[in-house]
Every structure is written in structure tokens, then in C-alpha cells.
Design a protein around this ligand. Structure first.
Ligand code: SF4
Length: 289
């Protein structure tokens, strides 16, 4: 496969064929994100993508899913995405699920009809990084959109009938706004009503502006207990009947997961046990992205 730069995918796509259709991220300005720093965004040329699909048709016959990389594959214009999806369908007929990352601006540029057409051609789920529902935090991290736009994007995806997975980031608001971030994020998620919520915990990367803020003292990282309080407040603030909640990523200090609202009490009990010292919290060296 013709991979360029860092290939990043959601943990749940570990077994998928990774087909890189873009290089980098069309936004590439979030202050915490070091994934594509220094990489100029571009859509890969059709010949390279076709050659990767041909490779997969020979060597990936046991993989039933395709994930389109990189950071924002949904930015690719719909007619080109339709060609790629049609080619996957024709050349990899055993594939039963296609997924990709889509940031808020890319989703808002697509109509419900366009997404429904992609769904007919095999698109199953869109992963979106919300990070926070707290507008001051979104401004601070240079996310480029506000909570209202994210809620509108979620309405388009839900109307198109696609599975919607949203990632939020514990610690991203720093110490001062930690609880406001948790409450607002829970409120916005409750309006977005995704199918899946993944709560990761911020890990500072040296090639990012946020790391420089941390070194200069203008960004204060919450400690482990504050992050657990933040997680607790987030879970308490989510008011959705049916959503898979996962805070069991390698970056999290205390793994919790379950189905909300059914498992809310159990998840909160586990977090309280972590706060009371009754459960082991991951050491810093055990965390990873
Ligand atoms: S939109 Fe996603 S991939 Fe792009 S810079 Fe922000 S966090 Fe990184």
C-alpha cells in the first residue's frame, strides 16, 4: 500500500484495510494535535488509490472493513468519493463496512442526500473529533468550529442514517475550565445523540502549540483526580437513552465503558472508587495514544 506520513485510525478500525485517500488534515490547526504537523494537505491521485485497491483485492481478502485515511477523508468531493466507494464495491466485494473521519466543516459541506448516496455505496460510519462542547475551550484549541456547528453536523449525519462516533478529550480545557468543559460537553453530546462516544485523555505532544503553552505555564494540566472528576461530571451530564460510552482508551487513567443510560450508575460507582483510592489508576508510563 502507498502510505505517506502518519497513518492514524480509530482503535475500532484495527482490523480494517486502511486505504489512504488524503494526506494530512484539511484543518491541521488544532493546538493539541501533532498528527500531521508540517504535512501539506492533499487528496491523493486516482492512480495511487486504484493501485492500493488492486493490492487489497489480492492481499486483503480476509479483511471485511475499509477505513479511509487520513484525518478528514470526508473533505473529498462527493463525486470522487462515489468513484472510490464504487471501486471498493467492485474490487473488494467481501467488504461490508466503510468508515472515515469527518470534521465538522466537511460534514456541513455535504448534504443529507450526498451522504445517503455514499451510504448506498457502502459508507457505514463517520468518526468525528468533538473534543469539547465548551465554546471557550474550542476557541482556545483552535478547533475552527463552535458547538452549534457541531450540533448541526450531527443532525445531517443522523438524518442520513449513518452510524456516528464522537471523540471527546478529557483535560483539554486545562485546570481552570475543567468542570465547565465536562458539563458543556455532556450537554452538547446530549443534543448530538451520537451512537458512540469515546472519551480519551489528553497527552501532550512535543510538536504542538499546546505543549509550548504547558512549558510556559499558560496551560495547566489537570491532575489524575481532577481528570476523574471531569470524567464523572461528563458522564453525569450526558442525557441520552442509547449510546455506547467508552473511556477505556490507552490514554485513560481508569478504564470505564458501558451503555448509557443503562450503565450510568455502575460507571459513576467505578469512577468514585477510583477517586477514593479503591482502584488502581494507570501510571503515566502505562499510558499511550
Ligand atoms: S481536525 Fe483532527 S486531525 Fe485535524 S488538526 Fe484537528 S484534531 Fe488534528
Amino acid at each position: 500500500m502507498n502510505y505517506e506520513g502518519n497513518i492514524i485510525r480509530p482503535p475500532s478500525e484495527a482490523q480494517s484495510i486502511i486505504l489512504q485517500v488524503t494526506v494530512g488534515c484539511s484543518h491541521n490547526k488544532c493546538t493539541f494535535c501533532g498528527a500531521y504537523k508540517g504535512i501539506r494537505f492533499r487528496i491523493k491521485d486516482p492512480a495511487t488509490i486504484n493501485s492500493d485497491i488492486a493490492f487489497a483485492s489480492r492481499y486483503c481478502i480476509n479483511q471485511k472493513r475499509v477505513f479511509l485515511a487520513d484525518g478528514d477523508a470526508l473533505i473529498v468531493p462527493s463525486p470522487r468519493l462515489e468513484e472510490i466507494f464504487s471501486s471498493i464495491r467492485k474490487n473488494l466485494p467481501w467488504v461490508n463496512r466503510i468508515s472515515l473521519y469527518g470534521n465538522t466543516k466537511s460534514i456541513l459541506r455535504k448534504s443529507v442526500k450526498e451522504l445517503q448516496k455514499l451510504k448506498e455505496l457502502g459508507l457505514d460510519r463517520i468518526y468525528m473529533g468533538l473534543e469539547s462542547g465548551h465554546d471557550p475551550t474550542l476557541r482556545n484549541i483552535n478547533k475552527g468550529v463552535d458547538a452549534g456547528q457541531m450540533i448541526r453536523a450531527s443532525e445531517i449525519i443522523r438524518e442520513a442514517g449513518l452510524f456516528f462516533s464522537v471523540t471527546v478529550l478529557l483535560g483539554i480545557a486545562g485546570k481552570a475550565q475543567s468542570i465547565d468543559h465536562a458539563i458543556e460537553t455532556g450537554r452538547v453530546l446530549s443534543k448530538m445523540k451520537p451512537n458512540q462516544i469515546a472519551a480519551l485523555t489528553l497527552m501532550l505532544l512535543k510538536n504542538t502549540p499546546l505543549y509550548n503553552d504547558f512549558i510556559s505555564g499558560s496551560f495547566l494540566l489537570p491532575d489524575r483526580n481532577m481528570l476523574l472528576e471531569e470524567l464523572k461530571m461528563l458522564v453525569e451530564s450526558i442525557d441520552i437513552d442509547q449510546v455506547q460510552f467508552q473511556a477505556n482508551h490507552a490514554s485513560n487513567y481508569l478504564p470505564v465503558s458501558g451503555r448509557l443510560s443503562r450503565d450510568k450508575g455502575g460507571i459513576l460507582n467505578t469512577i468514585n472508587e477510583g477517586l477514593n483510592g479503591m482502584l488502581h489508576l494507570k501510571a503515566e508510563c502505562q499510558r499511550a495514544l
